[in-house]
Design a protein around this ligand. Structure first.
Ligand code: KG4
Ligand code: ZN
Length: 337
């Protein structure tokens, strides 16, 4: 079995996967959303201290599996440096004490492999990854070949939901709050710009839209003066602009890429409004849409464990004394490293 640890942001999570069957045997996640909510976003120092309490608590429950472990896996990039450190410190200790190999896992590859926790792997695949840290389209040809085709030039999709929610004083994380409010709103009330609408660039950009939302909040008299209906209408209008932006750029990619299977992964892929839009788009382009079970969309160690199973087969091990944190570097193009 492999024990995997995830602590790249505000979720402390550990999983156990079985090598022979590729099955998830144990999985637990302690989320810190409530603790960060009053700040409207993740406070890294607080997140790190909460991991230091939560990870050992979860690890205690996994002790019965210790004598069956063949490797330890851990997210080492990308993420918040001081939160990655918590998982890495624990993984190094376990690998050294149990004298078993250590597998470093790229968090975004983990998100891609979240597709295969409950079903067989389908490759090649085009993947739209929409999370709090990233917005990218990746061509996944094989375990070794994952190429970034498009990326955000500034904010990510999840981040834009979080910032929009913060501007309206809704709390954190913004995604589920905005999605729920939007159900009561009129998506045509606020005229918001669809990013890069007239640009031929195959890339994403969310910061201009965020600024447009800020101006609408101000025009309503600020978040204190906004009515519940104003907030619902702005949520719906914002979500519509994000959807149109994603669809417009995806269409350009679909026109160029022959791969038939398309997937959406990452925290923001839990959004049903966006999922529904992709269902229609995929039908139009004769693509097969793959989505992640809702419980594995946001950060979790089950996806890290799923990737680690293939990495174990390929012997992607690292000396515990050599493992390094690669924190905030955002890769714009090329192979996902
Ligand atoms: O993948 P994830 O857990 O963390 C990163 O790797 O960044 O994604 C978290 C992000 C947050 O920004 C959150 O607001 C967003 O995913 N999110 C959503 C929804 N649920 C979570 N965004 C839009 N709609 C949702 N339903
Ligand atoms: Zn993530």
């Amino acid at each position: 079995m492999i024990l995997s640890i995830e602590s790249s942001c505000d979720d402390s999570s550990i999983s156990i996967t079985e090598i022979a069957t590729k099955k998830l045997i144990y999985h637990k996640k302690i989320s810190q959303e409530a603790e960060h909510s009053c700040y409207g976003g993740v406070v890294p120092e607080l997140a790190s201290r909460l991991h230091a309490v939560a990870l050992p608590k979860i690890l205690e429950e996994t002790k019965p599996y210790f004598n069956k472990l063949k490797a330890i896996a851990v997210t080492n990039q990308p993420g918040l440096g001081i939160t990655l450190l918590e998982g890495i410190a624990m993984s190094k200790t376990l690998a050294v004490i149990l004298d078993i190999p250590l597998i470093p896992v790229h968090h975004l590859k983990g998100h891609i492999y979240s597709l295969f926790i409950e079903k067989e792997a389908t490759l090649p695949l085009l993947v739209l990854l929409i999370s709090g840290g990233h917005t990218q389209v990746i061509r996944v040809e094989s375990f070794e070949r994952m190429e970034i085709l498009a990326t955000s030039m500034d904010d990510s999709v999840g981040e834009s939901f979080d910032k929009t929610a913060k501007m309206m004083g809704l709390g954190y994380p913004g995604g589920p709050l905005i999605e729920a409010l939007a159900l009561q709103g009129d998506e045509d009330r606020f005229d918001l710009p669809v990013p890069l609408r007239n640009s031929s660039l195959i890339a994403f950009s969310l910061s201009g839209l965020k600024n447009a939302v800020r101006l609408k909040v101000e025009a309503c008299g600020g978040k204190e003066k906004m009515s519940e209906q104003d907030k619902a209408d702005l949520s719906a209008s914002f979500q519509k602009a994000v959807k149109l932006h994603l669809l417009q750029k995806s269409k350009k990619i679909f026109a160029k890429e022959q791969i038939k299977d398309f997937a959406i992964v990452g925290g923001a892929s839990a959004n049903k409004y966006i999922r529904n839009a992709y269902e229609k788009l995929c039908a139009e382009f004769d693509k097969t849409l793959h989505v992640v079970p809702l419980e594995y969309c946001s950060d979790n160690a089950a996806m890290i464990g799923r990737y680690a199973l293939d990495a174990y087969d390929k012997k992607e091990f690292i000396d515990p004394h050599e493992i390094d944190i690669i924190s905030t570097k955002k890769q714009q193009s090329g192979m996902l490293l």
